[in-house]
Design a protein around this ligand. Structure first.
Ligand code: CP
Length: 323
């Protein structure tokens, strides 16, 4: 693997999931694979899980991770070609990225969308310029449109749970992605990415449910069944993935705040004892009820813990390709 930006960089999803679950059993089995390799973790936005799990994963492989909060500690970066830099930006990506490429062996980047300019966000111009100018493997720690380490984690968590339950030997799981209320405009990257990965994995019946106006880009959802009837979607579900996102068509807008979309034990009763997932952070009793998060159906802590093994599997693949 030369980079990790989306599911398209993965040759065999099940093999990568197996590698991650092998690391969960034996975290230090490749503890010298990353010896003498430096990995830079650049954050243009806040993070708890992504930042810490990727550092732990790198250290498990013997790599030295260095974290840089560009948004707080670095110069303001300019990404526009030909910009006359007489405003707030101080350093052009064309100047900064090649230097980072010389300092590090692998560069990981976390960015968010503006949610103001759909064309700019969906062009993924920030990570694409790091790829163009850094000259070393780039790993996405979440970008404007996708969050592939989260989605790999989600497939790992679903596969792990399927193996534990033992009831999926002759049946595909029904996975439901449901929109949830939120007080702020939230990016589409997690639901885009989750949809892209579940569709590419191809081993589930996949249903997406959301209020009218919250249709995601068909680039990611093609292959899923889409409905505005949440109760119908939840019927017989094995896994329910809860997430808020802002509108794609009326870009970045909050069109619905209907609290009736929040998943509760009463709604979940129609499912097949479904396990509930969320990438975190979660706004309790807005996106998801306490009763769900603190109950037996919740996989959220296990899911967040599995971020380490997803990152370790990806970093190991990339480290092997640059030995
Ligand atoms: N799920 C996730 O990416 O969490 P952080 O924003 O804390 O990294």
């Amino acid at each position: 693997m030369k980079q990790f930006i989306s599911v398209k960089d993965v040759v065999n999803i099940n093999a990568l999931v197996k590698k991650a679950l092998d690391y969960k059993q034996q975290p230090f089995m490749d503890k010298t694979l990353g010896a003498n390799k430096r990995i830079g973790l650049l954050f243009l936005n806040p993070s708890l899980r992504t930042r810490l799990s990727t550092q732990v994963a790198a250290q498990n492989l013997g790599m030295e991770p260095i974290v840089f909060n560009v948004d707080k500690e670095g110069w303001a970066l300019e990404f526009t070609e030909g910009a006359i830099m007489n405003g707030t930006t101080v350093e052009h990506i064309k100047d900064a990225a090649p230097i980072l490429g010389n300092y590090f062996d692998i560069l990981c980047i976390r960015t968010f969308p503006s949610l103001q300019d759909k064309e700019a966000d969906y062009s993924e111009r920030i990570i694409k310029q790091f790829i163009k100018y850094a000259g070393i493997p780039i790993v996405s720690l979440e970008t404007a449109t996708l969050h592939p380490l989260q989605s790999l984690t989600d497939i790992i968590t679903i596969k792990e749970q399927m193996e534990l339950s033992g009831s999926f030997k002759n049946k595909k799981p029904k996975i439901v992605l449901t929109w949830a209320p939120h007080i702020k405009p939230i990016p589409q990257c997690v639901p885009n990415s989750f949809s892209e990965w579940v569709n590419a994995w191809g081993e589930a019946d996949f249903v997406i449910t959301h209020p009218i106006g919250y249709e995601l880009s068909t680039e990611y959802t093609n292959g899923a069944t889409i409905t505005n009837d949440q109760d119908a979607a939840l019927k017989d579900a094995d896994f329910v993935y809860v997430k808020n996102w802002s509108s794609f068509s009326e870009y970045g807008k909050v069109l619905c705040t209907d609290a009736a979309w929040m998943l509760t034990p009463e709604k979940l009763a129609a499912s097949n004892n479904a396990k509930v997932m969320h990438c975190l952070p979660v706004r309790r009793n807005v996106e998801l009820s306490d009763a769900i998060l603190d109950g037996d159906s919740s996989l959220v802590t296990k899911e967040a813990s599995n971020r380490v093994w997803a990152a370790q599997a990806v970093l190991a693949e990339i480290a092997s390709s640059i030995q």
